[in-house]
Design a protein around this ligand. Sequence first.
Ligand code: ADP
Ligand code: MG
Length: 520
Amino acid sequence: MEQQRTQGNDARSVNIKVTHAISNAVKSTLGPKGMDKLISTEEGEATISNDGATILKNMKIEHPVGKILVDIAKTQENEVGDGSTSVVIIAGALLDNAEKLINQGVHPSTIINGYKLADKKARELYELASYNITIKDKQKLKNIIKTTMSGKLTDSNTHIIDLILESFARTYNNDFNRNNIKISHKIGKSIEESELLTLFIDKPIEKPIITNLINPKVLLLDTPLEKKSPETDANITISDPDKYMEFLEQDEKQLIETTNKIIKVHPDIVFCQKGVDDVVTELLAKNNIMIVKRVLKEDMVQLSKITNTMVNSTLNNLVTGELESIEQKSINGEDLIFINHNCNIVNLILRASTDHILQELERAVDDVIGALTSVLHTGKYVYGAGSTEMKVSLDLKDYSKSLGGKEQLAIDSYADALLSIPETLAESTGENKLDIITEMKHKHNNDILAGVDVIANKVTNMLNSDVIEPLDIKLQALKSATESSIMILRIDDIILGKVIEWYNVYKNKKIIQAINNKLE
Ligand code: ADP
Ligand code: MG
């Protein structure tokens, strides 16, 4: 196998160039004026996204160091729901600044120590710059949703914001679990048709007698209600034709007996995870019982939680539950089931006219749910628009001065790297980046909430703006960016099993910057 080996500072420099290239590729998506990326696969499928983690995932990066950045973006998304672009930008800046120090003769281990000290201090400073929030602070939660969604295809859609707020109002309690808010989607109509209910089941009722049930008695089942087939069941072998007829009769008789067991407990509707024979459906219908077959396991689990009853796995001692209402409605000519019940579980059905919008909407809503979960978990938020990064950066510089020592330069570099966020936001305004940052620094002397107002293209106090974000997003981003940059700085030897041209990361995927990110 062809091998390529690079050592020492050369190795480091190659790795830093990789992170620089990747960070640059996502940079222009940051903030409400961020552009979208259109990523197309060799098969011609396209994804349009503004989401750092999604873009990186789709770029199919092969360089091992590039993969570290993909991972931190993914972790960021999984842990706190948002901030995946920021984490990559900060990691890129930390490494760029480290390279400058290395070129000035600073040893990588000194930089690593300095970065560790800076990370610890920055964390404390972010905490100090944070404010309290609870589930009752509707307006603040709304602002967090708006900030998280800004720049996405589905920017500030008030209907979606209201649905998300309502989802949390219905489900949030002390032992809140993110899975209590399920997201489903159905293409067609517009975002305005998105709705909130308890559970949406993408299946029809087999033989609907009525399509709107109030307080129905419900039976959940995970055994098949089908005839056994000698053709498909390996345990049955019959050669004698008489025996065969006898088998069929016996089999049907058994199925009817089984059905009678259901009829005996008389539910209004049965949800069955397995297949159901027409004979059963008919017989149940004659007894005014409806059935839904092949319900997904995850829906059965939800049904079980909602009704607070178990899923029956045998036909003996059947247990039933109750729901407030079940309705069968038609969407795009398909019959689907809508369930409502007063409990702490909800299902948000997203609607949009095209698949691309629907996908990006789903990613945005998923980010928002993650962001709200983390802000409610810690009960802390910070002001955005780069204002907190500026504050923490300036305070870090004071700290490094007080500390002195060899690490001082590295801590200063760390502080500068945090400015990559306001700098990138400033760049997205189209105004002079340096002017904006200089003005912002100046204003921070007596206004710690001065940020880059990207809508008005100027520096303003963020107190009365909507731009606030969960503290956890910032802390997680710092943690991942610091850890990954340290990990990359430690590497001084690259042995690649095959020659990988890092600068060809775009080879498989074409990235075209969509000129205007408003597709709607
Ligand atoms: P990420 O993937 O890092 O969340 P985003 O594209 O969502 O990237 O951009 C987040 C950044 O944009 C944050 O720093 C946030 O403070 C900033 N931001 C969001 N809305 C505004 C706004 N209206 N004005 C200025 N900055 C904003
Ligand atoms: Mg975001």
